[in-house]
Design a protein around this ligand. Structure first.
Ligand SMILES: Cc1cc2nc3c(=O)[nH]c(=O)nc-3n(C[C@H](O)[C@H](O)[C@H](O)COP(=O)(O)OP(=O)(O)OC[C@H]3O[C@@H](n4cnc5c(N)ncnc54)[C@H](O)[C@@H]3O)c2cc1C
Length: 364
């Protein structure tokens, strides 16, 4: 029998962050279904830190995460974000909060930053100058190594199959054996609703959306080019090693699964980047896909379940789960430990609950 104060389910960036924060105070067991941590979405991101991205509730979570990234010293590398506009389809950016972080740029300034842009795409350009590229595995290792040093026990190939609460404890049935803990943090990414259901907690209605990325062959890429994306979010690209990381910014709904890149989505990425630039990209050296998982209002879901307070949500991090990981981990840990910063109500699972759902759960 594995015993601890808290079980964190999922060893992606959210789970290791929560384990790191919690293990400073309580005993933690981290349960991961795969043989390796960070196998799913965390290992597949575009690795950007963009304060103006994700909407108005996400911006402050990203900003509050910046000090931890900066304190480590090696986790961020400057990579400004240049936002351009399709001259044929002017649009507003649904996930771009802007505010004071985005600054208007003249076409000449935009072209100076990225000379391969077609000039007509630079009208109305904007820039987030302090955007950064993140060393995602470095952050993951910072959290995981720190949690281990604080005594957290990590179990890989440990899928949570079922669970119930009895006698003041959660009794979890896992592929690594039975687990008994006082509280559970659900950081299972695309599977967070599945895990909740397996534990008898009402799901919040998460939707995993497939996003594809690839590295296009382009030997002459300038490593100093910014991340370039359009306001309507139909593509982005940035230098990556000897080539360019490209994405069609797709959002295809899917069941939780091990996502794979689709050839058509890769072709769309090449086509869209070529339409906005003179790059003339033709092929990619590697491609992948990951599941960006959103709640119904696209904001994260963090904190105790309203019907079962010993079950803490840490889910729905969409396309901003790396850049917000430090602050969301702190908020989740405070929620479990019952102290510290007050959790913003806007992030609570309560916003998705009907009274029927609350009554049903209260009967258990
Ligand atoms: C192409 C792409 C680009 C992105 N770009 C960015 C970006 O630039 N910046 C940014 O901040 N974010 C970005 N994201 C989003 C970011 O990657 C995610 O928000 C983040 O990785 C989510 O982390 P997570 O820990 O919640 O999920 P995951 O990394 O998926 O971790 C969840 C873990 O839970 C485990 N699990 C599931 N069910 C169980 C179970 N029953 N028992 C035990 N374990 C279980 C899974 O195996 C998995 O390891 C991008 C995502 C994609 C796909």
């Amino acid at each position: 029998m594995i015993e601890a104060d808290v079980a964190v389910v999922g060893a992606g960036i959210a789970g290791v962050g929560a384990a790191y924060e919690l293990s400073a105070t309580v005993s933690v067991v981290l349960l991961e279904q795969e043989r390796q941590p960070a196998h799913h979405t965390t290992g597949r991101s575009a690795a950007m830190f963009l304060e103006s991205y994700g909407g108005e509730r996400v911006g402050p979570l990203t900003a509050a995460s910046r000090p931890l990234f900066e304190s480590v010293g090696t986790l961020l590398r400057p990579r400004p974000w240049l936002v351009v506009q399709d001259p044929a389809a002017p649009a507003s950016g649904h996930d771009i909060a802007g505010g004071e972080v985005l600054e208007a740029l003249s076409p000449a300034e935009a072209l100076a930053l990225c000379p391969v842009l077609r000039p007509e795409w630079t009208e109305g350009a904007m820039i987030e100058r302090l955007a950064q590229e993140i060393d995602v595995l470095g952050l993951h290792q910072y959290f995981l190594g720190g949690a281990r040093r604080r005594g957290a026990r990590v179990h890989l190939s440990a899928e949570v199959l079922a669970g119930h609460r009895e006698g003041g404890f959660w009794h979890l049935d896992t592929t690594a054996g039975p687990v008994r803990v006082g509280a559970v943090v659900d950081a299972a990414g695309a599977w967070a609703d599945v895990v909740a259901t397996r534990l008898g907690v009402e799901p919040v209605g998460l939707t995993p959306l497939v996003r594809t990325a690839a590295v296009a062959r382009f030997a002459a890429a300038d490593p100093n080019w910014p991340l370039v994306g359009d306001l309507a979010e139909t593509f982005y690209f940035r230098p990556e090693g000897q080539g360019l990381l490209i994405s069609p910014a797709d959002e295809t709904p899917a069941e939780p699964h091990d996502a794979r890149a689709d050839e058509l989505a890769v072709a769309l990425a090449l086509e869209r980047v070529n339409a906005a630039t003179t790059l003339g990209l033709r092929s990619v050296s590697t491609a992948w896909a990951g599941l960006r998982t959103f709640s119904p209002d696209r904001d994260p879901v963090v904190g105790p379940d309203p019907a079962e307070p010993s079950f803490c949500w840490l889910a729905g991090q969409g396309g901003f789960g790396i850049q917000t990981a430090p602050e969301l981990a702190r908020l989740a840990a405070n929620a479990v430990l019952g102290g510290g910063t007050r959790l913003p109500e806007a992030l609570s699972a309560a916003r998705f609950r009907t009274d029927t759902g609350k009554a049903l759960s209260a009967e258990r």
